[in-house]
Design a binder for this molecule. Structure first.
Ligand code: ADP
Length: 468
């Protein structure tokens, strides 16, 4: 249970090489959830940052660790009763014999971030991590090489910071770990000071970064283009376009904790470089095509959906770094087909070029009078309005239509716009029945533990909404 820093990286490598399984704990969860997850995984040793001990105090009574080892990087001292991580390392001899491990043994473990419900655990084998690292080195995915300086903003407990620490170690790239300082300004300072060439993080991080760049003209000078791996939710097209202006080029990826996580990237194909700019942006906003060895298909009750970019179905995925089950959760076996395809719960389309577009999570689609409305398309279009900083659309119960879309909007500093103006703006791209029936302005949209918009919280907040 640590922030992103060098001690955590040592654990990423040392624990699996010693024959253990590294289970990264999500420090942003409720203390009781952390304990429940650690107990479910039967974690034996806890390595924890000194600054996180107050969280540990909240769950120490219900957790079952044999030993608690404290990394003294924040306050520099370790309270009585705990082991000191640095002292243990200093005392260790150099006669440790590394076990000869089978590549199919577990190396690491993560729980899903729990956006739509309870977190579920996934174990990554050594084989999966090694193959996944190879894939992230490919030019058509992240293209990480020894010349790179990579800033891992995604927490190391969120799908292993998307595998980036392993990939960087494998290829010899320079890895920059920001510790707890992941606000937009600190990120931009690091990008400039460390001459970062690639960074990874969820779109809400990049929305904040773009906002900071726009509010402070000339403060950060990015001299070489930085590749920005953005995944976890779909980045609005306006964000991709906006960051391009500052030399931050989004590589869109789709993945899941269950897929280690890289499964697709939305890179342009060679012949698309000739296409008009507008069309290129449309492609880059899609989730893209699968990395080598990853198979994808969009399934409907009657079989595979046609590759027409229109017919939606459930996205299924299969491959050497796609989990084959959830840790000790037999009730979840239905998520896999008999021949090993994982049912993602994401609704998607596939176009003639083989690019996947995520329409929505099945649970987030707004079910209105027998029709489905994509919350993602609405919110990403709203975020293209010059007055809007953040927008989130959720389905709210409706007496006649079952659900209707409600838009929750955060405006940019000093900006003003009415709900009707925003609805008229959306009306240029959507049919009338798809438009949110209400627009609510708020100071902030709640986030999940990994920085996604927390739609569950908004649905609860507006469950009793009185439609006019
Ligand atoms: P959780 O499901 O709890 O959020 P993960 O962090 O593993 O846990 O999230 C995986 C899910 O995130 C995917 O199933 C998908 O719904 C969403 N996701 C990931 N990348 C993208 C993307 N590029 N565009 C849209 N949705 C994405």
């Amino acid at each position: 249970m640590m922030w992103n820093h060098s001690g955590h990286l040592e654990a990423f490598l040392g624990v699996p090489c010693a024959g253990g399984i590294l289970h990264t704990l999500n420090l942003r969860l409720h203390a009781h959830e952390i304990a429940a997850i650690a107990n479910h995984a039967r974690d034996r040793f806890l390595i924890i940052d000194d600054v996180l001990l107050p969280i540990y105090e909240k769950f120490r009574e219900i957790a079952n660790f044999e030993r608690v080892i404290v990394a003294p990087y924040g306050c520099g001292s370790v309270p009585h009763g705990f082991l000191n991580y640095e002292e243990l390392l200093a005392k260790a001899g150099d006669d440790f014999v590394y076990p000869d491990l089978d590549e199919n043994e577990g190396a690491a473990m993560c729980f899903t971030s729990g956006t739509t419900g309870n977190s579920k655990g996934v174990i990554y084998s050594h084989r999966a991590i090694v193959l996944h690292s190879f894939a992230e080195g490919l030019v058509d995915t992240f293209g990480v090489g020894q010349h790179d300086t990579v800033l891992a903003i995604s927490p190391m407990f969120h799908a292993n910071a998307w595998g980036v620490p392993y990939t960087c170690t494998m290829v010899g790239a320079r890895l920059v770990l920001p510790g707890p300082n992941v606000d937009a300004e600190s990120i931009l300072d690091l990008i400039v000071q460390e001459r970062v060439t690639m960074a990874c993080g969820v779109p809400t991080v990049w929305i904040g970064v773009l906002d900071a760049l726009e509010r402070n003209p000339g403060r950060w000078k990015v001299t070489e283009t930085v590749r920005i791996a953005s995944g976890g939710t779909a980045p609005p097209l306006s964000l991709i376009r906006g960051l391009d202006r500052y030399g931050l080029r989004i590589i869109h990826l789709w993945g899941m904790t269950e897929t280690t996580p890289l499964a697709t990237t939305g890179r342009l194909k060679r012949h698309m470089l000739e296409w008009p700019e507008e069309k290129q942006y449309e492609v880059r906003a899609k989730q893209g095509w699968p990395a080598p060895f990853v198979e994808l298909r969009v399934m409907r009750p009657e079989g595979e959906a046609p590759w027409d970019g229109e017919t939606p179905g459930e996205l299924e995925v299969r491959g050497p770094w796609v989990a084959g089950n959830y840790y000790e959760s037999p009730d979840q076996a239905h998520r896999w087909t008999e021949d090993g395809w994982f049912r993602t719960g994401d609704v998607a389309t596939m176009d003639a070029e083989g690019y996947v577009k995520i329409v929505d999570r099945a649970k987030d689609l707004v079910k209105s009078g027998g029709e489905w409305i994509s919350s993602v398309d609405l919110e990403n279009t709203l975020m293209g309005h010059p007055a809007v900083k953040e927008a989130c659309v959720v389905g709210v119960p409706h007496p006649k239509w079952q659900e209707r879309p409600l838009a929750v909007v955060v405006l940019k500093d000093g900006a003003q716009v009415s709900g009707d103006e925003l609805r008229a703006f959306l009306g240029k791209s959507f049919a009338k029945w798809q438009l949110p029936d209400a627009v609510v302005f708020v100071e902030a949209i709640p986030r999940t533990s990994v920085g996604k918009f927390k739609k569950i919280a908004l649905r609860e907040q507006f469950a009793d909404w009185k439609w006019e």
